[in-house]
Design a protein around this ligand. Structure first.
Ligand code: LLP
Length: 438
């Protein structure tokens, strides 16, 4: 459940009318509900209370400092994948002891920095990376903590671009090689192998793939124990799916019911790395209709936001619910009826349209052949479920300025990132003197 709802046919974010914010801050605009964000974190924490896990929010989903700070304040750790994310995590006030660091391509510089800051551990994705960490740790005379990322070879049943736990994916280390590494651990005297890690994919709606992966790793853990190899942490990654369309994802509680018995048996400290589950439905992208363009067999609703702001539809053909800020009065929808859905507006006066942005690419669309209640130029639309992998994957393509981000808490608003200026666009560029005729 999230805190975007209609009251008197107007979309609200917590206690604030979204249209007022669109007018005040301009569009496109990313809008986040603080309460939704925190509620999702707490839901997971509550569901797994019996093992008291360290929940390391996955920074890549939405790396705004305010989002990170809000979660860190509630006790979250952070899952990072780059030196830039380490910088953000520390700026947001996260204790290094609550930071875990994945990525198949960590550079020497990034490894060095993370060791110096004293992060909890690296999730190591290959033998050469382990060797590199060992070398750098020796040079710094500081032992480095790691977990081995296992590739459990399971099918998570999600989009192929976000599948990460099959043996043909670039991520993690197969069980056999992981065993060899653990057996030869004394060859890495500057490394403490503290745990095992899995992350099998993203937007996973069922628990079966997790159960399969966790079972494999749990067996592995007990076979290691027999060989006298004891580890302390089991990081089960992120990937929990959310509702964008017709999905019926497992709830936190259902997920916990399935995996907790397996996790408890391992006796290890549990770490989780959810991103989307926490932030996905706590954000929307607000955009304004610029033009309605009708051609022979099509109608385009051209909006002022584009694939540079939210690339998920273009990249994964992802579905995002799109609703008007002002609902059609004929819906007779009760006040505060919860989740606005374009399926509901389907019953209204509606038409089939493509909702597209201004970018010079035909892939620049938010929806194709979508039934949308009739809108006109100047109307506002909300692209729902844009909190995760929305702003964090945005770009300046077509020299468009990255948009403003605003957080709402009850009836208060906070700008958490200013809209970029044209000056920002060219900030790090320079014209060589020879081109200036000097
Ligand atoms: N841990 C690791 C090691 C990851 O690679 C990821 C996401 C997560 C945790 C968090 O996954 P989540 O709980 O958010 O599913 N851009 C794509 C999603 C890419 C996910 C990449 N890794 C999208 O927009 O659907």
């Amino acid at each position: 459940m999230h805190e975007f709802h209609y009251r008197n046919n107007r979309l609200y974010c917590e206690n604030i009318r979204v249209e007022d914010l669109a007018k005040r801050f301009g569009t496109p605009l990313y809008l986040y509900s603080y309460r939704t964000l925190i509620n999702h974190f707490l839901k997971l924490e509550q569901a797994f209370k019996s093992v008291n896990p360290l929940i390391c929010y996955s920074v890549k989903a939405n790396s705004n400092l305010a989002i990170l700070r809000a979660l860190v304040d509630k006790g979250a750790g952070l899952d990072i994948v780059s030196g830039g994310e380490l910088y953000r995590a520390l700026k947001a006030g996260c204790s290094p002891k609550k930071i875990v660091y994945a990525s198949v391509g960590k550079t020497e510089r990034e490894i060095e920095e993370a060791i110096k800051k004293g992060i909890l551990f690296f999730n190591v994705e290959s033998l050469p990376e382990l060797e590199s960490i060992n070398r750098i740790a020796r040079r710094l005379s500081r032992p480095a903590n790691v977990a081995i990322r296992i590739n459990p070879d399971v099918e998570p049943k999600t989009h192929k671009y976000i599948t990460t736990g099959k043996i043909t994916d670039k991520f993690g280390i197969d069980l056999k090689s992981a065993r060899q590494i653990l057996l030869m651990r004394r060859a890495f005297p500057n490394i403490n192998i503290l745990g095992l890690h899995i992350h099998i994919g993203s937007q996973i709606t069922e628990s079966a793939p997790y159960v399969a992966a966790i079972k494999k790793v749990a067996l592995f853990i007990s076979s290691l124990k027999k060989e006298g190899i004891n580890i302390r942490y089991f990081n089960i990654g992120g990937g929990l799916g959310i509702i964008y369309d017709k999905e019926t994802p497992q709830t936190a509680i259902k997920f916990a019911e399935k995996v907790l018995p397996l996790l408890k048996k391992t006796g290890l400290k549990i770490i989780m790395e959810p991103g989307r589950f926490i932030v996905g439905n706590s954000g929307i992208l607000v955009t304004k209709v610029l033009y309605i363009k009708s051609i022979l067999k099509k109608k385009f609703v051209i909006v002022d936001s584009g694939m540079n702001d939210l690339i998920r539809p273009a990249l994964y053909n992802a579905y995002h619910s799109i609703v008007p800020l002002q609902a059609n009065r004929q819906t007779g929808k009760p006040e505060g009826s919860g989740l606005p859905s374009d399926r509901q507006s389907h019953k209204q006066v509606n038409e089939k349209v493509d909702i597209v942005g201004p970018i010079c690419e035909s892939g620049d669309f938010f929806a194709k052949d979508r039934l949308l209640s009739k809108v006109k130029e100047g109307d506002y639309l909300a692209i729902m479920g844009s909190g995760a992998y929305g702003f964090s994957m945005s770009s300046n393509y077509n020299s468009r300025r990255r948009v403003e981000e605003v957080m709402v808490f009850q009836n208060k608003t906070f700008v958490i990132r200013k809209r970029e200026s044209c000056e920002d666009l060219i900030r790090n560029e320079s014209i060589p003197r020879f081109l200036l005729g000097c």
